[in-house]
Design a protein around this ligand. Structure first.
Ligand code: G3P
Length: 195
């Protein structure tokens, strides 16, 4: 049991690195928690006006999810889903930020892509399509998250439908403030100055 427990811990710790917060602090771009939505993800980094930093946040948050899956699979056969899910939990609920982390979209994309890359492509296409179609980052992220378990099922990867479904439900839960704003017509679009 020691190896699986260690794997869960590694996954969690990797996922809990708040790249958005660290990158914006290190470059003097401001305190993300006090900007826009207060979220630590790439969308909110974009609200600091630093496009490169936002892209780096997206990339690193995605990479930590993918890395956890690869390490998990390398340590135990089939350990990737477990480690990836823990990285996602670490991103959304990091102990360092008193469990107030991000909304999970980028990290989920990394996990999904590393688990089964064709579903990662579907994730990216749905994300970009809805993001550019609606200009709401939250709608893009939630649509992509929900598309993942559907894509896994359609592509016959029933073994990883449960984990991707669980992650998608947590993504929706983490977006509850966005959903409330969308319902009120108050959700800012990407490119708008305030969030
Ligand atoms: O992935 C986060 C994004 O979907 C929403 O971010 O800052 O607009 O709440 P934000």
């Amino acid at each position: 049991w020691l190896v699986p427990a260690f794997l869960l811990l590694i996954g969690y710790l990797l996922g809990s690195i708040p790249f958005g917060l660290l990158l914006t602090k290190a470059t003097g771009a401001g305190d993300l928690r006090k900007i826009g939505s207060g979220n630590i993800g790439a969308t909110n980094v974009l609200r600091t006006g630093r496009k490169g930093l936002a892209a780096a946040t997206l990339l690193f948050d995605l990479a930590k999810g993918a890395a956890a899956v690869l390490i998990g699979d390398w340590m135990i056969g089939g350990g990737g889903a477990m480690a990836g899910a823990m990285a996602f939990i670490g991103h959304c609920y990091p102990v360092w930020l008193r469990f107030a982390g991000g909304k999970g979209v980028a990290t989920m994309m990394g996990v999904v892509t590393a688990l089964y890359w064709p579903a990662g492509i579907v994730f990216a296409l749905v994300w970009l399509g809805t993001l550019f179609g609606t200009r709401w980052s939250s709608v893009g992220g939630m649509s992509a998250a929900v598309s993942a378990p559907i894509a896994m099922a359609v592509m016959g990867r029933f073994d990883i439908v449960p984990v991707t479904l669980a992650l998608a439900l947590i993504v929706l839960w983490r977006h509850r403030a966005n959903i409330a704003r969308l319902a009120k017509g108050a959700e800012p679009k990407v490119g708008a100055s305030r969030g």
